[in-house]
Design a protein around this ligand. Structure first.
Ligand code: NDP
Length: 458
């Protein structure tokens, strides 16, 4: 008789939990996963996937507008928001079902309900207890909003994906990934968008040239961005809401959306009761093996608040399964994780920003190209693409690649492999370009951007 009901019990059937459970199942481990919501987690149900579908929808606005320059006559297009939301919902349902089938095909038992840790080897779901040798916490995260008077009136990205009607005017608070992506979505569908950010620039943590260029392009598309703006209160009006700032400005809108960060889903899981250490924001504290301070309890993905991206959760989850059930110890390498922002235009980035590189390496070379993509010549679109390489002046190693412009996420994925391999600038120079493409600019940048190489770190 096995000592426990399962070899591993996973709490949360999102990207990290499903990837880890399936990999463990493929090695013959007896695995169960519990899920209180729909199978698929934030990414599939209320994050990356539905967001990207809306991004695709919004981008048609550009295609219609640009077509005239290429000889097309496009009748005034009309747009049906409920039709898009219905189509998106059907696709999400299909994907959730695929996730269920994938669990089943990997012999992972799905238990529907919220998991509560009773002791380090026991999880309770719907009043029934299950024991397991290892526990994996992959419970994800949820949107958080600050405590501002009237905050009960606002929506988060969860509701923004399911609005019954397209708002004619929306105020979005926040300057991170989610805020800029939704600003682009609503703007693409023709809504008036006002974005309120508390810093000078959007997207803290991204390269400054890219942040500044994105704000310019967003403003060029008609999005109002108000920097250094703090919200003081939100009031309900007959038709919508008024957002008042700390200096007394008023912005009215039909919908007010907050995208001010996310918090790990650890409340009510029973972690302090069984001695699992959490950080101030509730994140499970883990070591490089994703192991908590309780030796049989592991955690991956947003619940650990390391790099909160789906592919990172998947890589962490698979590493845990390899380590525990395949005698193949793997630690995830969190360096040089590429990421993208599906803003309009989008961003792709890998490695260090210029500012980070200066701080860490002192002497760096910077190569920057800013140009009008070929498509924009005939379309008349004024938007510029920005590409940037950050290079260690001593070793010639490329420390960071950054791009703002069409297809940036697609282009950066390939460059991320090169950066991971330790590519030098010379290897970029020796690579033959693909012509005519925007991407070829990355291998034809010869002139260093004239900037002092030893600026004080910001
Ligand atoms: P982010 O942490 O990216 O951004 C939060 C934004 O809200 C920042 O601009 C922050 O400002 C601002 N903010 C925080 N608190 C307040 C406050 N009290 N008042 C006003 N502004 C505030 O969080 P998001 O919610 O945008 O996204 C959450 C995570 O989801 C991301 O970190 C990312 O990991 C992931 N994600 C990834 C995507 C992708 O890969 N394309 C897409 C969407 C989400 P400040 O900079 O001053 O702190």
């Amino acid at each position: 008789m096995p000592r426990y009901d399962f070899d591993m019990f996973t709490i949360g059937a999102g990207s990290g939990g499903v990837a880890s459970s399936r990999r463990a199942g493929s090695y013959g481990a007896r695995v169960a996963v519990c899920e209180e919501s729909r199978v698929g987690g934030t990414c599939v149900i209320r994050g990356c996937v539905p967001k990207k579908l809306l991004v695709y929808g919004a981008q048609f606005a550009d295609a219609f507008a640009d077509a005239a320059g290429f000889g097309w006559t496009v009748p005034v297009p009309s747009f049906d928001w409920p039709a898009l939301i219905d189509a998106k919902d059907r696709e999400i349902e299909r994907l959730s079902q695929i996730y269920r089938n994938m669990l089943k095909n990997s012999s992972v038992e799905l238990i529907e309900g919220r998991g509560l840790l009773v002791d380090p080897h026991t999880v309770e779901v719907n009043g029934r207890t299950y024991t397991a040798d290892k526990i994996l916490i992959a419970a994800g995260s949820h949107p958080t909003v600050p405590d501002v008077p009237g905050i009960q009136h606002v929506i988060s990205s969860n509701e923004a994906l399911d609005l019954a009607e397209l708002p004619r005017r929306i105020v979005i608070v926040g300057g991170g990934y989610i805020a800029v992506e939704f600003a682009g979505i609503f703007n693409g569908f023709g809504a008036e968008v006002v974005e309120l950010i508390r810093r000078e620039e959007l997207l803290y943590g991204f390269d400054n040239d890219i942040r500044i260029a994105l704000a310019q392009e967003m403003r060029g598309r008609g999005i109002e961005i108000h920097a250094r703006t703090q919200v003081a209160r939100i009031e309900k009006r007959d038709h919508g809401y008024s957002v008042y700032t700390a200096i007394g400005q008023e912005f009215s809108a039909e919908v007010v959306m907050y995208a001010t960060g996310r918090k790990p889903n650890t409340k009510g899981l029973g972690l302090p009761e069984i001695g699992v250490k959490t950080a101030d924001n509730g994140a499970v504290v883990v070591d490089e093996w994703s192991c908590s301070n309780v030796s049989n309890i592991y955690a991956v993905g947003d619940v650990t608040d390391r790099i909160n991206l789906t592919p990172v959760a998947i890589t962490e989850g698979r590493a845990v399964a390899e380590t525990l059930f395949n005698n193949n110890p793997i630690k995830m390498d969190h360096a040089n994780v590429p990421s993208a922002v599906f803003s309009q235009p989008p961003i792709g980035a890998v490695g260090l920003t210029e500012e980070q590189a200066r701080r860490q390496f002192g002497e760096i070379d910077v190569y920057c190209a800013r140009f009008k993509p070929m498509k924009n010549t005939l379309s008349g679109r004024e938007e510029r693409t920005v590409m940037k390489l950050v290079v260690d002046a001593r070793s010639d190693r490329v420390l960071g690649c950054h791009m703002l412009g069409p297809d940036a996420p697609e282009i950066l994925q390939g460059l991320a492999i090169a950066v991971k391999c330790g590519v030098s600038k010379r290897m970029f120079d020796e690579t033959v370009g693909i012509h005519p493409s925007a991407a070829e600019e990355f291998v034809t940048m010869r002139e260093k951007t004239v900037r002092p190489t030893k600026l004080a770190a910001e």
